[in-house]
Structure formats: C-alpha cells, structure tokens
Design a protein around this ligand. Sequence first.
Ligand code: 6GU
Length: 250
Amino acid sequence: MRIDILTLFPKMFEDFSSTGIFQRAVENKLVEFNIWNIRDYTHDKHHVVDDYPYGGGAGMVMKPEPIFEAVESIRQPDDNDKKVSIILTTPQGRLFSQTIAAELAEYDRLIIICGHYEGVDERVHRHLATDEISIGDYVLSGGEPAAMVITDAVTRLIPGVLGSDESAKDDSHSAGLLEYPQYTRPPLFKDWEVPEILLSGNHGEIARWRRRQAIIRTAERRPELLDKAELSAEEIKLVNEKGKKVSPEE
Ligand code: 6GU
C-alpha cells in the first residue's frame, strides 16, 4: 500500500514514520509512506495557504488551489487501474472505526489531506476528496493526529505487518467485543494473583474464559457494542444475567 499525507506540518510525522511497527512495515516494503507540505504548492511570495471566509465569520479557511495541485502532482499514471482513496480529515466526516480501517486496508493507495483552521474550502470536499473521515466527536486543531490514527489502524491490518497473523485477531473491536484481560509474569504481584485458569495450560478452558471475560467486559463498559456482536444463545443469557453491573474479573 502507498500512503501519501498532505499537511501544513510535515514535521509532526517524523517520529511517527520512524518508530515501531510502522517503521518496520516501511522497511519491509509493505507500506510506502510519503509526506507532502501543502505550502510547497503555492506560487505567491508569502506561500499563503489560507484566506478569510466568504460571508464573514471567525477564523481562516484553507484555500483550494494548493491542495488540488498537491494531489495532482502525486497522481500516478496507473492510478486509474488501482483502488485509490482521497481522504479529507474533517469533524464532518464519517466516524472512523475498525470496520472502516479494514475497508481502507483493501486499497492500493490512500491520499490523506489534513484539514486545518476553521475548515477547508468546500470545493475540496466536493470535487477532490472521495472520502471524509472524523475520528471522534471532539475538536482537534488540525487533521494530523487523525491522519496518524487512520494510518496506524489501517497499516496494522495489512498482511505481514504484524509479527503473526494472529495478533490482530483478538484485538478489542476486531470481533465487535472489547479484549479480555491480559496478564504476564509475575504470577503474584503485590497482593494480586493472576487468575488460576491462565496458569492451567488448558487451552480450551482458557479460550472459554477469555471469551466470557470479553463479553462481560463489553457488557459493563460498552453495552452498545453488543448489538452488533455475534453471540450464542448461552452468551446472550450471560449478558442478560450480568446487565451492566458486573465485575470484569468475576
Ligand atoms: Cl479528522 N479533524 C479535526 N480537525 N477535528 C477532528 C477530527 C478531524 N476528528 C475529530 N475531531
């Protein structure tokens, strides 16, 4: 997959792209990552990227020309044969989720435009972006953190990026449930023991315990997620028994 980020603050991506799983994915050529400074696509002396809103009002609006030109300049001749998404980060976009991350992981190219100021000229929304994404119902000063969130969540779903294909499977949200509690050594820390079943070596029992814990935890913390989870009749009974007031480690 090739990911291109268009931003006014390219430096924000330096550590992101040179750290951890993402860096390894780039080194292993599973992801190609490019950062472009929108300011480099201006032609005036002062490299102006924003202007006052028509009709008045507070704040500035990102001008369309540099953004269109930046996207045009990174288009490739073979893009028409590929699955390409041009994503605008905006609080007005569809709400990002694990499902959308999985959808985007199927693309050949993601071009992510980081919005700023009071907004981006509507012609970018209408005539350039093919998708608009928000990462939650709160206000960020710019789309850069959102672009990192999207890039991270999508990249780890690309086959081969994680150490083993297993490691994404049990993650919170991947089955519509929160993840079960995890423990590592020591078996006794201060007064707190690791649940005995995890030390038993009985993989069938451990799998059942984990599934049960994931359901209890989801019922307690994010009951609305259970509407979409696939539960057996017995598991539905468990949810009904537990209601919302359960101890997650019962
Ligand atoms: Cl994608 N951008 C901005 N500026 N604020 C946000 C957001 C995006 N998602 C949530 N808040």
